[in-house]
Design a protein around this ligand. Structure first.
Ligand SMILES: NC(=O)c1ccc[n+]([C@@H]2O[C@H](COP(=O)([O-])OP(=O)(O)OC[C@H]3O[C@@H](n4cnc5c(N)ncnc54)[C@H](O)[C@@H]3O)[C@@H](O)[C@H]2O)c1
Length: 355
């Protein structure tokens, strides 16, 4: 593996003495990251406001898997996990500046993995304010706390949506990303600029990860894989946009989590390409036609899908395709889950969870 030793500092610490704050811990990606970090022996603090953008029972279900019971959760109070001695959880809003400042001043946090955000492209058309509160004010509060508490590395979630209508494929970190086609994308692009500024002004090591459609067990009910699985299992119609003429760089959750945890350990320093600041695509680099995804899901669910064809939706793009060379070179990231295996694991979880 080429870890670019001259450009980055590798984390060289006893994991049991390293405390990582994971925001969005009740969310899809955050939950899986928390589990992986706990299994590696890190001390983890999870944060989430458990909002009702989608079914909160799924969020409480994820928390339960990590030993956090719904009945023990109170706003602003730390809860000890009953399953993991090295895990605690706090319910708080990112935009609650006092709550976030209190957390950072009472806990000795080393690394922050900031995944909490108002996600979703389509929802941002109807609910613009939520995106500014959670994604812009939220990140500002996190950046300020990282700056004042000498956090060693802030890894935060960006999105492939920053590429907008980019027609050049695969999408490279060197491509222009100043034509966002949804407010969600604009907030993610703003996050990258805000992180750059804090790296530049305060030498805060930051790494942004641009995720490409992530799927897998405990996935998001507002995203295509879960919407499709639900429609197939209930015998209802799937809404297929742009008449199915779309491709997505679907990435399996375990590959993403592996990449996030590898990234946390590779800390950009003053000799980095951009001092103290990194930005990577994290995808599968194998875009899949939407109709192929549906067919594989039908096979794994053991049932045919009914489909209704619709035109392209506002804010949507036709193809996403990640060039992940930069992340591979920096961290050794190598996604290795085939679509068939990934969908199979997802379908098994889905049938078991919703039976
Ligand atoms: N899943 C994907 O395919 C994908 C693709 C691109 C980018 N992303 C980004 O990755 C991150 C994680 O995504 P996910 O799929 O796990 O989403 P998710 O919605 O499942 O998780 C986000 C969590 O953040 C919490 N949250 C939202 N606003 C908050 C606030 N103001 N204060 C505290 N908590 C808040 C929510 O309750 C939720 O549990 C997000 O930043 C998202 O924008 C995800």
């Amino acid at each position: 593996m080429d870890f670019h030793q001259s450009r980055v500092k590798l984390m060289n610490k006893n994991v049991t003495k390293t405390t990582i704050l994971v925001s969005g811990a009740a969310g899809f990606i955050g939950f899986h990251v928390v589990r992986k970090l706990l299994n590696e022996g890190f001390v983890v603090i999870g944060l989430d406001n458990i909002n009702d953008y989608y079914d909160v029972n799924l969020k409480y279900g994820r928390l339960r898997e990590t030993g956090i019971e719904q009945s023990s959760i109170k706003y602003g109070e730390m809860v000890q996990s009953t399953k993991y001695h090295n895990y605690r959880f706090i319910k708080a809003n990112l935009e609650d500046r006092q709550a976030i400042e209190n957390l950072f001043s009472t806990e000795k946090i080393n690394i922050v993995c900031h995944l909490a955000a108002q996600a979703g492209v389509r929802y941002s058309i109807e609910n613009p304010h939520t995106y500014i509160d959670s994604n812009i004010v939220g990140l500002l509060n996190i950046l300020e706390c990282c700056r004042h508490n000498k956090i060693e590395h802030l890894v935060y979630a960006s999105s492939s949506s920053v590429y907008g209508m980019n027609s050049k494929i695969p999408f490279s970190e060197n491509d222009r990303v100043d034509h966002p086609v949804s407010l969600y994308a604009a907030t993610k692009k703003s996050n990258e600029l805000m992180a750059y500024t804090y790296s530049h002004l305060y030498q805060l090591p930051t790494t942004g990860l641009r995720f490409f459609t992530v799927y897998g067990p405990w996935g998001r009910p507002d995203m295509a894989p879960m919407l499709f699985a639900t429609a197939i299992s209930e015998g209802k119609s799937i809404k297929v946009f742009n008449n199915g003429d779309m491709k997505r760089d679907f990435t399996y959750i375990d590959d993403i989590v592996e990449g996030i945890v590898l990234t946390m350990k590779v800390i950009p320093n003053k000799n980095s390409e951009t001092p103290f600041c990194s930005l990577f695509n994290i995808g599968n680099s194998q875009p899949v036609a939407l109709m192929d995804f549906i067919q594989t899901l039908e096979d794994c669910m053991g049932r045919k899908a009914k489909m209704e064809m619709y035109p392209m939706q506002a804010g949507d793009v036709k193809i996403t395709y990640a060039d992940t060379t930069k992340l591979e070179q920096a961290t050794g990231y190598k996604p290795n889950t085939s679509l068939k295996d990934g969908i199979n694991c997802f379908a098994k979880w889905y049938k078991n969870y919703y039976k």
